[in-house]
Ligand binder design. Structure first.
Ligand code: EPU
Length: 430
């Protein structure tokens, strides 16, 4: 048993070496839910979302909307939001610090009320995560922007149509721009946009609200409506949760069926899994079976914007490479500092060399249980995966990162035969 010291927050205790087997249902997508919740700020009418995951980030988004005076009810995977009586336009620092996606209130608030004040999101553990592209679109649309006391103050009298080519492809930048332009009746053109399924889910919602949006390659043409309607919408499945559970099934030499997936969204990941030796069977429109026989082939992976390999799956695939038969390479092209799991994986016996944005991973026969620390959401998922295949017990600390973006991950894995205990307080076992 690993010797541990005393910490306050919850942690996972994982007993490695269990083969996963069974069925698991994929939840709604976190990164689709958040912008769609913010889109409710664009209308006085009621907005109803279903297939909403029960996550910390969704709770934070609700807290933010309520802070501004919105009415938000959450029940059984459904969120009902009404922003008729909004009385504030400020996303306070203490909420922005918990969730960077809070910046997504800026576009809709400017579009409907001409005013937004948002705590300045600082850098975060995975990189600088600039928002210059969001602000450039707002400025092109006539907004005045100033920074005072750590807050971004934005004001616009009437949003003007915009023609803008993004300098970098940005997911929340594209989403914010779309919402900002959605009440401007003149035609706007955005080029070099992000086409992630989560962005396209927001596009669907905006169309339901009365916005005309045409998508041609990486160009979007937007014609807004002066008054937008409420909407009912079922959020798309979480492709990152699906990928994480597929990797879990494969690396444990297991046999798992994922239900409620969107095949189109996870096609690229499945191809890579097959390359590593997984047997992937399509069982129906939204069901796949993933099996492994214990042997894992090395991989070359480069993260790219969708439809490329998602950066949000990089850490999980790295775990797979740690026990592959040979040398793998993973290149992270989206974020400049998204390798913090490497140190922790090394504590579990992984052999990884980092050079610039590329990690070379020398596959080992096994990993061994250790006490490791989560540094961000996807890094924490990778440590859980590593714990599943490690010899002995693993302690994964700071799992609040994981709770931001995975719904009951340990419960889902335990139902498949894993052995993970969520421990509320440190137990001194050493
Ligand atoms: N960037 C800029 N300027 C900007 C915006 C972005 O330089 O104005 C740079 C970033 O610094 C980064 C790159 O562009 O290097 C891509 O960042 P992007 O804006 O696309 O990321 P994001 O919108 O902040 C979303 C997801 C992330 C996911 C990325 C990439 C949400 C709420 N978050 O972040 O999800 O990794 O897109 O796909 O949608 C996660 O779920 O764990 C997560 C981090």
């Amino acid at each position: 048993m690993t010797s541990i010291t005393s910490y306050d927050s919850e942690f996972f205790l994982i007993g490695g070496g269990k083969r996963l087997k069974g069925r698991v249902r994929i939840s709604g997508s976190k990164n689709a839910t958040l912008p769609i919740m913010m889109a409710s700020l664009l209308t006085e009418e009621r907005c109803l979302l279903s297939n909403v995951p029960n996550l910390l980030d969704v709770k934070t988004a609700r807290e933010l909307l309520e802070f501004m005076g919105a009415d938000a009810k959450v029940e059984d995977g459904r969120v009902l939001i009404e922003t008729r009586n909004l009385r504030g336009f400020v996303a306070p620092d203490h909420i922005v610090r918990k969730m960077r996606a809070s910046i997504l209130v800026a576009g809709p608030l400017l579009a409907r009320f001409g005013k937004a004040v948002v705590g300045m999101p600082g850098g975060c553990s995975i990189g600088a995560r600039l928002i210059d592209q969001h602000l450039k679109v707002f400025e092109r649309g006539g907004a005045n922007i100033s920074i005072k006391n750590g807050y971004i103050h934005m004001e616009v009298e009437k949003v003007k149509p915009v023609e803008y080519t993004f300098d970098v492809i940005t997911v929340t930048g594209t989403e914010n721009a779309l919402m900002f332009l959605s009440r401007c009746p003149k035609r706007s053109i955005l080029r070099n946009v992000a086409l992630e399924p989560e962005v396209m889910d927001l596009v669907e919602v905006l169309k339901k609200m009365g916005v005309e949006i045409e998508v041609e390659g990486r160009t979007m043409i937007i014609k807004g409506g002066e008054e937008l309607r409420g909407f009912e919408h079922k959020v798309i499945p979480d492709r990152i949760e699906a990928g994480t559970l597929a990797v879990a099934g494969f690396i444990t030499g297991g046999d798992v069926v994922l239900e409620g997936v969107c095949l189109e969204h996870i096609g690229g990941q499945l191809e890579k899994l097959k390359e590593a030796g997984a047997v992937v069977e399509i069982l129906g429109l939204d069901r796949i079976r993933v099996r492994g026989d214990g042997r894992i082939e090395p991989l070359e992976v480069e993260t790219r914007e969708y439809p490329g390999f998602p950066t949000d799956m990089q850490a999980q695939f790295m775990v797979m490479c740690c026990v592959a038969h040979g040398v793998s390479q993973i290149t992270e092209n989206i974020f400049e500092n998204r390798f913090q799991h490497v140190n922790e994986l090394q504590r579990m016996g992984a052999v990884i060399k980092l050079k610039g944005k590329t990690a070379t991973i020398y596959g080992q026969e096994k990993l061994s249980g250790a006490e490791v620390f989560s540094t961000d959401l996807r890094a924490s998922a990778s440590l859980v995966l590593a714990g599943l295949i490690a010899e002995g017990e693993t302690i994964v600390r700071d799992i609040y990162h994981l709770d931001r973006g995975y719904e009951r991950l340990e419960e889902k894995l335990n139902n498949l035969g894993a052995w993970i205990e969520r421990v509320a307080h440190a137990r001194n076992t050493g």
